[in-house]
Structure formats: structure tokens, C-alpha cells
Design a protein around this ligand. Sequence first.
Ligand SMILES: [Zn+2]
Length: 567
Amino acid sequence: MGMEQQEADRTVAEAVARGINYFDVAPSYGDGDAEEKRRVRGNRPNRCCGTLAKIFWRSPSVSGFQHRFWVCGSGLEFLRPRRQENSLKDLKRKLTVAAMTALFAAVLFQIVSVPSAAQSDDAALIAKAKAIHGRVLKLDTHNDIEPSNFTPGCNYTMRLTTQVNLPKMVEGGMDVSFMIAYVGQGPLTSEGYDHAYRQAIAKFDAIHRLTEQIAPDQIGLALSPADVFALHKKNLRIAVIGVENGYPIGTDIKRVKEFYDRGGRYMSLAHNGNSQLADSNTGEAQGYLYNNGLSPLGREVIAEMNRLGMMVDLSHPSKGANLEAIRLSKAPVIASHSGVRALADVSRNMDDEQLLALKENGGVIQVVGFASYIKTDSKERVEALAKLREDFGLAAPGGRGGGRGRGRGNAEFAGGGAPGTARACPVEGADGSAPAGRRGGGGFGRGRGNAGLDALSPEMRAEYDKRLAEIDAKFPPARRANVKDFVNHIDYAVKLIGIDHVGISSDFDGGGGIDGWNSAAEAFNVTLELVRRGYTEEQIGRLWSGNLLRVWGEVQKVAQKLQNEKG
Ligand SMILES: [Zn+2]
């Protein structure tokens, strides 16, 4: 592969010298290798001598884009130039390259305009998807933030390693980012509440800094769907604030209004771990505080959110708490970033009963591109691992599926991100360093809660490792989820509750990311897969933003009505 890679690199260099700066053989889906290979071989069987080299190549002109494609032994297949502003006509033009000699070093590029039927079908589909992606408003309801990336010297105008920032939003055509005032669950004490409140405020302030001081010429803060449309018309990116975990309001109901006044437009009543307002999904493994429901204060908070016009977010609270919230809410509710439990059995995902209740309520589930909520290990593997832990007297991993990716949570409770902390700005390196948090949420069902493991004697540990290796061999861990797996969740939800109640979210910078959609820059791959599955432009528009904006508008109307009634 080493030699082939070098040859391939030279081929790319030559193509670049000819002004071709953008290759696209197949969407870079994570597990698509086998499929891409089949396409490379299958479409031009006679042209491929059987040597397939996989190339990872970063375009010098479209910064940060990493393209993957396969080259066939005697030349590049389906080579297609695609400059950023290419017209539809250009996109449809197919170019193939025939290699003149066996060695890439001596390749002369010849443009042959005789694409196969399959190729032109695919090109037409990609062109169609691009046009749709360009026209619909694209909104992501869950992007975490770190306040230290919202300072004059280090911020989202720069191409940071974060999965979301302005260059990546522009690149992926993303219009709206719900930036999140997230606080991890801590102790239900006055010190705990105070600490959480300060963290939440730091995040509210950070988002205001970005939209009001750092980059008001690039991104604006929306407080209503009307703001979203107005800012979009001005060709600006749009930030909206979501609150993840009601923990920082403490026991002071007035803080709900304070958070609303600071721009918060949705809030979940809990994160992972029961809060003072609601039981958490992690209660399935760890037990509930409020009989799998809301606390009396939690019920008041729902009423207050309805009165103010703040969307109630069901991602993270327990099923019981969610069903209670749906019963109590006078306005439609949302799940800002959740998957479908029927396809991935983790407590963070919504089961059919919750989804049907959400439909009845008029709400929307924003299906999340979080790898371990999309694709889980096989039942056999989960059972074998549980048995293994049991045999060694190890506790079950806490909060199945509720755990958060590395680099988040505890560090924040310990005061991470406080201003003044010495810290290098995470500007993305020329090598395209992996986005921070990308690995978060990986390794589901393994490696968590290893304190007990460390306590085993060396002999016991060796035995444990041996049996784990046997399990790995017999029931391998699930491969990382990709865009197809993600859209499977969308398909399921659409079939069960209808297209009007389903949307899209990523959980970027909070553990989200799947192969093919690992940053805002790769949003097109989602649209492309939706087009492949036959969704129409109108339906794709609803999924990407229409449904969420409808719900938000209805929540505002209900608030207006409630406020009018009170006089
Ligand atoms: Zn979350």
C-alpha cells in the first residue's frame, strides 16, 4: 500500500496542477469501503486491474476537506472536478481519466466523456441533492460549546478543531446552530446549584459575545422563528440558545424567566443523573428520585416554560418524566437530540410509546447523529459482557447509554473553561487534527467504570482479559455508526409518527459525530442520503428545519395566549 499510496499522491498532485481541485468518487461513508470498492470495480470492471488504493487527500483550496477515494491500478475512476461554485451543468459533466502507462508517475490525463449509465444516474442524484441542500434552511438543534472558544483571540470565526464553527458551518451550508448552555449534573445542594448557575451564565454570555461583539457581521442570535428567517435573509449564520439541564435554576423558579430573558429557547429538565426537577434516563440503571417522573418544582417549571414560550426538551429525562411532561405541557414539546430505541436500545433514546405521545402532542424528535445512540452492540455481546462482569463481581456500567463522551462533564463541574485558564486555542492544524470530542461516546459498552477492574488481582485480571478477548472474537463490537445508520433512525421515526414530527440534530462537540457526518462541514452527506432514500425537497426541508420552526412558533403562540388570559 505504501508504494501505491505514493503513486496515488503523485496522481493527485498532477491533477491539482491541472486545476482539478476537488475529487469525489463516493460519499465518504464510514463503512462504505466495501461498497465503494464494488462501485469502483463494478462500474468499469475491465478497467480495473485489481489494485485498489485508498487515498486520503486534503484539498489545498478547500481547506479542511478531507476526501477519500479509491484509485484503481491503472488510473483514477470517475474523476470529477467540482469547484465550489460549480453550476449544475458542470456537475453533470462526467470526466473519467484513462491512465496511459502502468505507473502513476507517468500518467497522462485524458478526459473521456463516456460515462456509464450508473455513473450518470449517480451524478444526477448528487447534483439534485446539492441543489436541495442549497435551497432548504438547515438547522441543528444541539451543538455544545466551550466558553474559552468565545473570546476575542480564540473564537468561532476561526477554523477550530471543534465540530462546529463558522468556517465549518459555511462549508457544510449549515444555517442555524442551537448552541447549548449545558451543565453536567452535580449535587442537589445550594453550593451545587450556585456552581451550576455560574457555568450556565458563562455559556449564555459566550454566545452573546460571539453574536454581539466578536462576529455580528457573520452570525446573529435568534429569539424567535421570525428572527431566524430575518437573519437568514441577511445572509447571516444564526445562533439560538438551548439549555441542557434545568439543574442551574436551582430551586428558584424565577430563574426560568431569567434564562428565557438571556435568550434560552428550550430547556431539558435533567441531564444524566436525576436533578431537582426530573428523573433522568440514567434512573433506569441507577434508580429514580421521583418515582420515574417530575418533582413538584419540575411541574411548576413546565408551566412557567409554557407561559414564557420556552420549548420543553425531552432529551435526557426519564421516560416517566417525559410522559408526564407531555401530559402537562400546554404546548408541543421537542426532543432536541435523541435516537430511536427500537433501533438502538439505550436509555437516552425514545421508545415507541414516547414517540407516539410526542406525535399526539404535536412535537418533534430531532434524531441525533451520536454514534453510540445510533448503533449499539449486538444483544449477544451486551449479554456476554454483562455475564463477564457479573462473574468477576464488577458493577454494571452506570447509566447504560447515558454516559457522556470524554472531555466533558466532570471536568466542567470542576470548573473547566473558567476565564484566565492558560489554554492554547484549538485551531485546526494543517493535518486536519481530529475534532475534539469526536471520540466521545465511542466504545459503547466497554471501558467505562473500570475502577473495579483495577482492583482485580493480576491473575484475575489476566483471566478477565482472556475472556474479554474471546467475547470480542465471538461477538465483535459494533462498527462505528455512519450516515446510513443515522437515516435508518429518521426512517423509523417517520414511519411510526409521520414526517411532520421528525428533525435532525448532531450533538456536535458534546460527543456527537458519525462517519460521514463528523462536523458541520459534512452536513451535505445527510441530505444526500435522504435524497437517495427518496425523500422530496419539501420533506427534507421539514426534516432540516421546518418541523422544529413550526413547533417553536406554536410554543410562542401558546405563551401569548396564556399571557393574554392572565391579562
Ligand atoms: Zn445531551
